[in-house]
Design a protein around this ligand. Structure first.
Ligand code: ADP
Length: 626
């Protein structure tokens, strides 16, 4: 810590010696140590305060006065440990030390630069005289602004308070807030030479520079001019007490009194010693406290958490709104997630259902094909029996005739036996065919009361792909409240599918937009039967074929079997109904219709008594012969 012992006329060499001996040299017991704030370095501090301490030393010859230049941090530490007896510091720093370490001012600096003594400091905020766009402090928003340092009392903080009062927050509202450091003159030149839009310096600097011929005051425009009675310079701010000379708590009161009197007496008895400062009675530093409190700096600096709490208290509506929005966003997110999850589950379920329906349709088509093959075989056997029975019967008859003649003529016994064999074999062949027919006819039937409309819907769904592919429009015209019919579902479905396929195939002969297939159901005969009609818009039956279409093997199609209609007729008749082709005007299409007896509880009871079988497995007592 540099310290400089002051004696009259010895000042210069003592300063040099002290600078060399530096912090290690302990102070002599009688030394009176005066800490001076050296904000621009030790030399500058010695230059500024050396003459004053010299003058004091002359006034108090019995004491060894030592000037100790200290920066802000070092002075804080020196005061805390009582390493100095007096301090000489700026107003802002003084109030900090007063609060922290109970130091007491004994004099306030009084400057007489312009002939008028003043114990106050202020700041000037200025721009170029030709800046028509900057007329008030509020015009400074968005400008480049210069000041010396963030901690400079007269060089920034005083102006800050005025700007804030005008609603301009230097740290937020300027395009740039530039701190230039010393010397202050630089700010003045920067504004003049348009390197900055505006700036602040301590009051009187502009006048001093103008007096030295370095600037022309007419080039500048002072913003926010304040009336300041007796203050010799232009000023943009309120005034504050100047530097303080203060004693520490441990400093002897009598000594403090002596020093105070010596300070106040400087320049009183004769001219003020060259370079020494003029001092006046200690002023109130309350305005400085007010400034710090306003700006919340120095001893009034608040913790970030306090700032946050204060902001929250003043502007609670914004965080509340943000929280509400966050909450809403959270809820919206949750809802979306739930909807997505639900929709995904639905999609899975739908896919499962579709897959199951497809599997079922496959199964039923296979079942239908199986039954169809079985019915075809039955029909084939019936047709064969019908066709072969005649020649077989003829063979038997002719053979029997031969036998009778040979018996009468007592002919060749061997030939007789051979012919008898022919008869037996012919009868056996007829028997085999009957057996096959009977076997296939029996099939595996499962009759249950069925809703015909459901069967039709199922059949239409089964053939949906085929009808779509053949570009046929299918319409359902289903009657309400139909009685159920007792039938084998698969056989009934096969009838409907056969008729629909015939209709679709017939309609390939007409243009696609005329292809319409209608499935109609209605109650018949006072509700004792159910009618099913399959109507198409095809070319109709060829006139000469009308009588023959129910014959097995009759077909007009190149790849047809000619069994569809005859099988369908057999199935329907087997269920106690009828199947026929309705007359239609020529060219208006074809209607193939069938009717099945309605199933009622009475019939079921009758069937149980007659056949002694379960209602679900009833076979009609006498199935109609084909
Ligand atoms: P296939 O369809 O194998 O020919 P079917 O017994 O089902 O055997 O039909 C016999 C014939 O009846 C068909 O070849 C066709 O000439 C005629 N036919 C059946 N249904 C229709 C219809 N809806 N429109 C026109 N002709 C039909």
């Amino acid at each position: 810590m540099p310290h400089i012992r002051r004696r009259p006329a010895l000042a210069a060499c003592l300063i040099a010696a002290a600078l060399l001996s530096a912090a290690a040299a302990p102070a002599a017991a009688a030394d009176i140590r005066i800490g001076a704030l050296a904000f621009r370095g030790t030399e500058e501090a010695v230059h500024t305060w050396g003459p004053t301490v010299d003058a004091l030393a002359r006034a108090l010859p019995e004491h060894n006065l030592v000037l100790v230049p200290l920066d802000l941090v070092a002075m804080g530490r020196a005061v805390a440990v009582g390493d100095v007896d007096f301090v000489l510091t700026n107003p802002g720093h003084y109030v900090e030390l007063e609060l922290a370490h109970t130091i007491t001012r004994i004099a306030t600096l009084e400057t007489t630069d312009h002939g008028t003594p003043r114990a106050a400091v202020g700041s000037v905020i200025f721009t170029r005289a030709d800046r028509a766009d900057i007329q008030s402090l509020t015009d400074l928003r968005g400008m480049v602004f210069e000041a010396v340092a963030p901690t400079a009392f007269g060089g920034f903080q005083i102006a800050w308070r005025e700007l804030r009062d005008a609603g301009v927050e230097p740290h937020d509202d300027f395009a740039e807030l530039r701190f230039t450091g010393f010397p202050l003159d630089q700010i003045v030149y920067d504004v003049r030479d348009r390197r900055a839009d505006a700036g602040t310096v301590r009051a009187c600097l502009l006048e001093e520079m103008a007096a030295e011929g370095r600037i022309d005051l007419a080039d500048f425009h002072i913003l926010n001019p304040m009336p300041a009675d007796g203050f010799p310079c232009l000023v943009s701010s309120r005034l504050y007490p100047d530097w303080a000379f203060a004693k520490l708590r441990h400093t002897d009161r009598a000594l403090a009194k002596q020093v105070a009197m010596a300070l106040l007496g400087l320049g009183m008895a004769g001219p003020l010693p060259a370079g020494a400062a003029q001092w006046t009675v200690p002023l109130s530093y309350q305005p400085v406290y007010d400034l710090y409190a306003d700006l919340r700096i120095g001893p009034f600096a608040v913790e970030p958490s306090e700032v946050f709490a204060e902001m929250l208290r003043r502007h609670w509506e914004w965080p509340a709104l943000a929280a509400a929005l966050l909450l809403l966003a959270g809820l919206f997110h949750l809802r979306t997630e739930r909807l997505v999850a639900r929709r995904t589950a639905e999609l899975h379920r739908e896919m499962d259902e579709r897959r199951k329906a497809q599997e079922e349709a496959q199964l039923r088509l296979a079942e239908l094909a199986h039954v169809s093959r079985q019915s075809t075989m039955g029909e084939l056997a019936s047709g064969l029996a019908h066709e072969i029975n005649q020649p077989l019967a003829a063979i038997t008859n002719y053979a029997n005739g031969c036998i009778r003649r040979l018996e009468v003529d007592a002919g060749n016994a061997e030939i007789l036996e051979a012919i008898r064999q022919i008869v037996r074999q012919a009868q056996r062949a007829a028997g085999i065919i009957q057996n096959i027919r009977a076997f296939l006819r029996k099939g595996e039937e499962s009759r249950r009361p069925l809703d015909v409309n459901t069967v039709l819907r199922d059949a239409a769904a089964l053939l949906a792909a085929e009808t779509r592919h053949a570009r046929v429009a299918v319409a359902l015209d289903l009657g309400d409240g139909l009685p159920p019919v007792l039938a084998d579902r698969i056989q009934l479905e096969q009838v409907v599918v056969n008729l629909m396929r015939n209709a679709v195939e017939a309609m390939q002969a007409v243009p696609p937009d005329e292809r319409r297939l209608t499935l109609r159901t209605a109650a018949e005969d006072g509700g004792t039967a159910v009618l099913v009609a399959v109507r198409d818009t095809g070319p109709g039956l060829p006139a000469d074929a009308r009588e023959r279409v129910f014959e097995p093997f009759f077909t007009t199609k190149p790849n047809g079997m000619g069994l569809g209609l005859s099988i369908s007729q057999s199935i329907v008749e087997n269920h106690g109904g009828w199947l026929g082709i309705e007359e239609e005007p020529s060219g208006a299409g074809t209607v193939v219709a069938f009717s099945l007896p309605a199933w009622t509880e009475d019939r079921a009871a009758d069937a149980r008594i007659l056949g002694g079988t379960q209602a679900s497995g009833i076979t009609p007592a006498s199935p109609p012969a084909r």
